[in-house]
Design a protein around this ligand. Sequence first.
Ligand code: CMP
Length: 175
Amino acid sequence: MELVSGMMDGSLSYELTHRREPVVSGSGVQREVKFELTDVPLFEGCSERQLRNIASITRLVDAPPGTVITRVGEPGNEFYLILDGTVSVDVPAGKPVALRPGEFFGEMSLLDGALRSATVVTDTPVRFLVVDREHFSFFRREVPDFSQTLLVTLSRRVRHAEQRADPMGAAPATG
Ligand code: CMP
């Protein structure tokens, strides 16, 4: 798994691994996580059943500032939704892109199976909701309109990449 292999090469701290919290283990944990899930705008349209299903396939991960979450050119098997804090996406060309709570990353490698397209580092203490590759299709089906959100986000990322490559030629992304 990516976070564990990161830990072995020193990119993740000992503290982080001890702060990883499994989501599905006992009703107390489930209640706490479900409460948090209802606070996430992405899950606004979810039924109780969908929230339970999402809680059963996701886990919370806390990372201190400066943690490398994905590294460009490495394989990737996890999708990250930011619940709290900010990360910097260090794209191969151009300035880093900041992502905030409610935004996500890591979808590209899960969708096309290719290596990570960018290095993502935490700027602050960050709390993520993490989905493993094996559960990503199920997650997409359980979250209403998520496939549409993914398509719009990917379109914006392509436009931004095109703008960086050719500032005069590409139409600007809106929103
Ligand atoms: P992935 O390639 O799996 O891992 C790195 C992630 O960085 C990538 O998925 C996207 O989620 C994210 N990413 C890549 N390029 C951009 C960009 N231009 N703007 C925002 N996020 C990006």
